[in-house]
Every structure is written in C-alpha cells, then in structure tokens.
Ligand binder design. Structure first.
Ligand SMILES: [Zn+2]
Ligand SMILES: [Zn+2]
Length: 249
C-alpha cells in the first residue's frame, strides 16, 4: 500500500470521482456552453435545473459570468480582447493560469452585463445560486465526507473542484494551439482529438468555432461527440429541443 493511512479499497472513491467529473463535463458542455451560451439546444426545466444544482454544488461557477466570458471569447477569438487566447496571453499562461484569466475577465461587471444576456434570472438563481455562490462547494464536501470518510471524501472533492479549471484550460489552451483543423476559420482553433469523450466533445473545438450555433460538434463521419449523443438521447425522451445542428460531412 502506497499510503498507510488510506483504506485498502480505492474502487468506490475512484468511481465517485470519475462520475463526479463526468457529470461536471455534462453540465458544463450541455447546459452552460451549448444551451445557455449558444442557444443551440434548450432543455426542459427539470433537466436544466438538475444541471444548475450540480454546477452550484460541484463548481461554484456563476452561469451569467461563464456565459459572458465565453461569448467574449467568440467575439474576439485569438485577438486582443479574447479573455484566454494562447495567441494573446501565451500557451503556458492559459494552461496553468487560465483560472486567473477567467476571474480577471468576470470581474468586469460591464462586460458580464453586456455578454451575459439571456442567462437565467429566476428565483433560485437570485436567492440560492448567486446569493450562496461558494457555499454549494462545502455542501458537496460534507456529502463526500459522509459517504467516503475524512481521507477519501476531501480527496475526491479536490479532484471534483479542480476539474472545471483543468478541463477549461485544456480546451482554451490546447484547443487553440495543438491539433487538426476541418475548417479554415480566422482564429487558431483546433480539434484536439477526433473522439470527444473525456471532455464531452469539446475536444472538437475547431468544428465548434466554425458554427457555434450548432450543439453538435462532430463533423466528419469518423469524429465522435459524446455530448451530442446525450443531447439526442434527451431529445428522444422529449427533454431537449434542438434548434439547429450541422450535418456530417
Ligand atoms: Zn475557442
Ligand atoms: Zn462556444
């Protein structure tokens, strides 16, 4: 055993950590990105509410701030004004300091108001998610400690709360620096790998910049976007309405 103070079985904590970060990618990619920011798909209220609750518990992200920062990224992609372009800020700065670039961008309340339009402003947003913005994280910590104990609980929680900045930095850094391109967009966006499972299809970032309104990120027949597969499943059971999606080539 590597650490004498840890229990023998790491199977349950690892399963919970993997499920947690996967659920975070689902809520970030499907709800924050494809639905609220780009309006390519609209989820039925119970689905969007569950995603919002998880984002509150697991990330501490404010929807309007996230949406505003990302729309500004699309408005100024890889030019001055892009909040987190590796072409402007430098690759390593975005890869290791992306969270600080995000925090700097959303401090600008005029920018958040300008680019965050259409984000939810209902009762639960104002009185729970916004008012107790950071508290959700500590509720989740308490749940993990109850489920997994005082060693594994905080460790799994740390993995969970680290996932949003890590995955964001991969998309914003590598996704504008290393990979292949299907479309000759004016920005430096790249498809990192053709199989989008780990970060739900966000790997196909050049495809996304080609047409942000499409909630489907795969374009070629050999590309796979797990987020799109989930959206089609939700559509099948009438929990999602797809506004527009581009066709496979
Ligand atoms: Zn981008
Ligand atoms: Zn986008």
């Amino acid at each position: 055993m590597l650490f004498y103070f840890l229990p023998d079985s790491i199977i349950i904590p690892v399963i919970i950590a993997v499920l947690s970060v996967h659920l975070t990618s689902v809520c970030t990619s499907l709800y924050l990105h494809r639905s609220v920011t780009h309006k390519g798909v609209i989820f039925k209220y119970p689905v969007s509410l569950l995603m919002r609750i998880w984002l509150w518990l697991g990330t501490g992200v404010n929807t309007k701030e996230w949406v505003a920062c990302h729309r500004k990224h699309h408005a100024f992609t890889d030019k001055t004004g892009d909040p987190h372009s590796p072409k402007v800020e430098g690759f390593w700065h975005v890869m290791f300091g992306g969270i600080f670039l995000y925090q700097k961008a959303v401090k600008d309340k005029v920018m958040v108001e300008k680019y965050g339009t259409g984000s939810p402003e209902d009762w639960i947003e104002k009185n729970v998610f916004k008012r107790f913005k950071g508290e959700g994280l500590f509720i989740l910590l308490a749940v993990y400690v109850l489920l997994l104990g005082f060693i594994w609980g905080p460790l799994v929680w740390l993995v969970q709360i680290s996932w949003t900045p890590i995955s964001g930095q991969i998309i914003n850094g590598i996704g504008h620096f290393i990979g292949y391109r299907n479309s000759n967009t004016k920005d430096a966006s790249k498809n990192i790998i053709p199989i989008g499972i780990g970060i739900l299809g966000e790997e196909l970032h050049n495809n996304h910049h080609t047409n942000p309104a499409s909630p489907k990120f795969s374009k070629k027949w050999w590309e796979f976007d797990l987020g799109w597969a989930y959206i089609k499943m939700l559509e099948l059971i009438r929990l999602a309405n797809i506004n527009y999606a581009f066709k496979h080539i």
